[in-house]
Design a binder for this molecule. Structure first.
Ligand SMILES: [Zn+2]
Length: 139
């Protein structure tokens, strides 16, 4: 947790009247504001802003799929790892959040760093052969 998330988690923060008016006009519950702040990341820092130190945070109001709103559940997946259009490897058992509705996958940053590390060492890699065919139109 960084400084702002500690304050949000403890409820030790203030909303300006303007921010509160906007929140109410857009019908955004406080719980969604806090969820977005607690799970978000700081995009820009403004330590010397005229009204005091502030930052721009990117966060989402829920853990639901940001594309379709479907429920996202955690499960291991077979991840194809591409680099510049070249398939480097398949990594099995990668933990991901998978949308039950549209299938979109969400990977935690720490998981992607571990996958990248595995690809660099290539320890315990097995080779598999996969049949490859060229598509031809039916006729
Ligand atoms: Zn989805």
């Amino acid at each position: 947790m960084n400084g702002y998330t500690i304050k949000v988690a403890a409820g030790d923060y203030e909303l300006s009247e303007h921010a509160e008016d906007e929140r109410q006009a857009d019908r955004i519950p406080i719980s969604e504001v806090e969820h977005a702040l607690l799970g978000g990341c700081i995009l820009e820092n403004y330590p010397d802003a005229p009204r005091g130190p502030s930052c721009l945070v990117l966060g989402y109001a829920s853990d639901d799929c940001s594309f379709c709103g479907g429920r996202v559940t955690e499960r291991p997946v077979l991840k194809a790892c591409w680099w510049g259009g070249q398939l480097l490897a398949l990594v099995d058992g990668v933990p991901a959040g998978v949308c039950e509705q549209c299938g979109e996958r969400y990977y935690r940053a720490a998981v992607l760093k571990q996958v990248e590390s595995l690809l660099q060492t290539q320890e315990h890699f097995r080779r598999i052969e996969v049949p490859l065919a060229e598509y031809t139109a039916a006729g």
